[in-house]
Design a protein around this ligand. Structure first.
Ligand SMILES: [Zn+2]
Length: 391
């Protein structure tokens, strides 16, 4: 059994009502999920109320949304107030669950930069994003002001979230602006770093150091593992691409949480990630030593919400796949699949009021994956997304 058994909810792309989040949290003790990772900041939304930077409090509002099949021509979102976030923390604590907030830096920061543009390399106006993508508006890491502002925001987070872990993102950070920023180029020379992931990690390591000084442990997405200089006190969340850097990190004594996207990302249709695939996840990575394997501290399922606009749809994507993942995290996935299905039925009976995916769609033949991907591309990939990719 892993000590860290997590579930992540993205409230940045589409936010949920507090009552809807509580309804989800109510299901977690039965599955013995003990970590609620709350993704609160991204390119398309900012959900954390700030007193120090009140300009952030309107940054979360997106004028319209164009996530492909979910085009909505009206504003979406707001911040969660500090009282609301405290309410969620208390609600979780009563159920033995730790809330892990995610403040995603130094990429996925368009919403942040739309409020505080001087933290970017160019200082130009940045717009909150209305579609899916990986965006070039990232924090300028050469400015001391960036570090100081980030720390002040983190301090506000720490007041609300008292847990052991804090997620600082670190994923999908394009280096385009760093390449043309004289200050970043000068700073890179001073630091003696050879590539942009190393450069990013110099910043992330300062944040890790700061949070450790406050008795908190940082989690970062595995994009930061690509360079070998990530502080070993950080915990990697492995989600995609070659596992080799994560494996080296683990074999050298670092810790990691596993969320490989093709098993653990519940925003994908059941055609792409059927229940039996999630259930088949092995808590292992190729090349791990026995010691390295012991450094895997947990498993986490995630629900990203670019395409998830309402609660019934959200619950159907999560259930029953989160049950499968909880079995893996508990070390109880050795049972044959058909016996596991009986457990699912039992749990379903206990989780009254929760919407489950239709049983006929739980398990799919492998061929359905091609259909699933075609459908995904047709429904969700927009022209703006493609433009972003090739620019
Ligand atoms: Zn810069």
């Amino acid at each position: 059994m892993f000590e860290y058994r997590g579930f992540m909810l993205d409230s940045a792309r589409h936010m949920q009502k507090i009552e809807e989040i509580k309804k989800l949290i109510d299901t977690l003790p039965l599955l013995k999920i003990n970590k609620f990772h709350w993704h609160l900041t991204d390119d398309q939304g900012w959900r954390f109320e700030s007193e120090k930077f009140p300009e952030l409090n309107s940054a979360g509002i997106r004028p319209y949304s164009d996530f492909g099949k979910t085009y909505v021509n009206e504003p979406h979102g707001r911040v969660y107030t500090k009282d609301e976030m405290r309410e969620i923390v208390a609600y979780c604590a009563e159920r033995g669950i730790e809330v892990i907030p995610e403040f995603d830096i130094p990429g996925h920061t368009s919403a942040l930069l739309s409020a505080i543009p001087y933290l970017s390399c160019t200082g130009e106006d940045v717009k909150i994003k209305t579609h899916q993508g990986i965006f070039k508006d990232v924090l300028c890491l050469a400015k001391e002001e960036t570090y100081n502002t980030v720390i002040q925001i983190i301090d506000e987070f720490l007041e609300i979230f008292p847990g052991e872990y804090f997620h600082i993102g670190g994923d999908e950070t394009p280096s385009k602006h760093w390449k043309s920023c004289p200050e970043c180029q000068k700073h890179m020379k001073e630091l003696g770093v050879e590539n942009y992931t190393e450069y990013q990690n110099c910043f992330m390591n300062r944040i890790v150091d700061y949070l450790e000084s406050k008795g908190r442990h940082c989690i970062v997405w595995n994009d930061s593992a690509k360079a070998g200089n990530l502080d070993k006190r950080a915990i990697i969340q492995y989600w995609k691409e070659s596992p080799k850097p994560t494996v080296s990190f683990l074999n050298e004594g670092g810790k990691a949480i596993l969320s490989p996207f093709s098993y653990c990302y519940f925003d994908y249709d059941y055609n792409i990630t059927p229940l039996n695939r999630t259930y088949s996840l092995k808590a292992d990575l190729p090349g791990l030593t026995e010691e390295g394997k012991k450094n895997i501290i947990g498993i986490e399922g995630t629900l990203w919400t670019e395409y998830v606009t309402e609660n019934q749809q959200l619950e159907k994507l999560i259930f029953p796949r989160l049950i499968a993942l909880s079995k893996v995290a508990l070390g109880e996935s050795g049972k044959p699949y058909n016996e596991f299905i009986k457990d699912v039925q039992e749990i379903k009976n206990q989780l009254k009021g929760i919407e489950f995916c239709d049983e006929k769609d739980w398990t799919k033949p492998r061929a359905s994956m091609i259909y699933g991907w075609l459908k995904y591309v047709r429904e969700n990939i927009t022209i703006d997304f493609v433009k972003e990719l090739i620019s």
